[in-house]
Design a protein around this ligand. Structure first.
Ligand code: 5GP
Length: 184
């Protein structure tokens, strides 16, 4: 893939607000395309196949791994998540800036493959706030919340492996800071 400087990686722990920040960025910047990931987790209420994710069973996901159809993939809280290669390539060729909203292991894989990509780690104001956000979201059962929170400690300890680490205090401000980083 050429033009990997057109590749933006947004990572950070579950509950830090990546999704909300992404929405704000997409509202403000029209030339950005958000990659739609594949996952084996079940759809949440209101989530649509092909819009929020491509929802696949494990068998299909593993077939795609074997066929090298992912740019990166990782396991997270008991499920598989991956970025489909073909759509990202196609959008970069068309001149879009491609935004990946992914967890830390996948983000590291992308940064290794595409050193020119811009990688941004979102930090929560503090751990208690992260837990509050995950709980208030109301999308996870207790088991999933526990897995996500224990994983968050490990993820936060990797924050210095990315180009920038920003504390997500205020969604609008964070989005503006990311847009600025993309433009420099
Ligand atoms: P959720 O289940 O909350 O939608 O996502 C769980 C985690 O997986 C989040 O940190 C999210 O950013 C990450 N994620 C979503 N899509 C991908 C992907 O394609 N690859 C990787 N590595 N992580 C992803």
């Amino acid at each position: 893939m050429k033009n990997s400087n057109k590749l933006i990686i947004l990572t950070g722990p579950s509950g830090v607000g990546k999704g909300t920040v992404v929405k704000e960025i997409l509202d403000k910047e029209k030339n950005i395309w958000l990659s739609i990931s594949a996952t084996t987790r079940r759809p949440r209420e209101g989530e649509k196949d092909g819009e929020n994710y491509y929802f696949l069973d494990k068998k299909k996901f593993k077939e795609m791994i074997e066929q090298n159809l992912f740019l990166e993939w990782a396991q997270f809280a008991g499920n598989y998540y991956g970025t489909p290669l073909s759509s990202v390539n196609e959008k970069i060729k068309k001149g879009f800036t491609v935004l990946l909203e992914i967890e830390v292991e996948g983000a590291k894989q992308i940064k290794e493959k595409f050193p020119n990509s811009l990688s941004i780690f979102l930090l929560p104001p503090d751990k208690a706030e992260l837990e509050r956000r995950i709980r208030n979201r109301g999308t996870e059962n207790e088991e999933s919340i526990k897995k996500r929170l224990s994983r968050a400690n490990y993820e936060i300890s990797a924050s210095n492996q990315f180009d920038f680490a920003l504390t997500n205090q205020n969604v609008n401000e964070t989005a503006m800071r990311i847009i600025k980083l993309m433009q420099t």
